[in-house]
Ligand binder design. Structure first.
Ligand code: IPE
Ligand code: IPE
Ligand code: MG
Length: 256
């Protein structure tokens, strides 16, 4: 039984599943406000959704799950809310890491971690180390993350390699640049899910989303569990991904 008490097996999971799912976990504040609770109650409730969705993806054999937890721009929120979020990250890491390791999950954080309190930085490093041998679900938490930050740090890394004489400018190809991004080694995201009703990217994986299928739902993140994930996957399964080709070309490729 998963954390949300739904019968996982009876849900209508489609045959075609995405390999890499990215999620903008939005709507915690509104979930809390609708219940006359402080915003942080919504963030706390959202942790249970993280657990449920991670478990479901693990059971389904999904390769990679990337969760947008805190953006570069979220640092501009009121100090009290930022502190609560940092405290929640810390506690979630402390509480969940052993379970993740047991379930063969590999946890990694992408983002500018130098901005985190030192204790959180240590806990992140420890969690990454404890789960380093996980060969199941590759769980990536994007925190203090922005797509522009990622592209900028990739450009800086390429420039350093060029200065060190390891790279000539004409060798900088899309593939090479991709190798410097924080998501290097992960398959490209097949599906982006954004909860909470907004239809925007909010500086998430700007480069990586070039051919990602986008799915928006009004469901607020704390209400998003396995059944809502199954719905998103069913929608994904109905899409035809053409990557610039014609439908006829795709049919030919599928027959070959
Ligand atoms: C997403 O929920 C969580 C973070 C950005 C940290 P919000 O806090 O943005 O919730 P809403 O959008 O205000 O409802
Ligand atoms: C996006 O949510 C970032 C995360 C969910 C971590 P926001 O609530 O910060 O996005 P905007 O401000 O509505 O674009
Ligand atoms: Mg929001």
């Amino acid at each position: 039984m998963s954390a949300d008490q739904t019968n996982f097996g009876s849900l209508p999971w489609p045959d075609v599943l995405p390999q890499h799912v990215a999620i903008v976990m939005d709507g915690n504040g509104r979930w809390a406000q609708a219940r006359s609770l402080p915003r942080h109650a919504g963030h706390k409730a959202g942790v249970a959704s993280v657990r449920a969705v991670t478990e479901a993806c693990g059971k389904l054999g999904i390769k990679a799950l990337t969760l947008f937890a805190f953006s570069s721009e979220n640092w501009e929120r009121p100090q009290a809310e930022v502190s609560v979020l940092m405290e929640l990250f810390l506690r979630a890491l402390q509480r969940e890491t052993s379970r993740l390791a047991r379930n063969n999950v590999r946890l990694r954080l992408i983002g500018d971690r130098t901005r985190f309190p030192p204790r959180l930085q240590e806990e992140i490093a420890a969690a990454e180390e404890k789960t380093a041998n996980g060969t199941g679900l590759q769980l990536t938490i994007a925190a203090s993350y922005g797509g522009r930050w990622d592209l900028t740090q990739a450009a800086a890394a390429a420039a350093r390699a060029a200065l060190a004489g390891e790279l000539r400018p004409e060798q900088i190809t899309p593939e090479r640049l991709e190798g410097y991004l924080s998501t290097a080694g992960l398959p490209e995201p097949d599906l982006l899910i954004r909860t909470g009703g907004e239809r925007r990217i909010s500086n998430f994986l700007l480069w990586q989303f070039a051919y990602t299928e986008l799915y928006f739902t009004d469901v607020l993140w704390p209400d998003f569990r396995a059944p809502e994930l199954a719905q998103a996957f069913a929608d994904f399964a109905r899409r035809q991904r053409r990557f610039g080709r014609t439908p006829e070309q795709l049919e030919q490729l599928q027959r070959a």
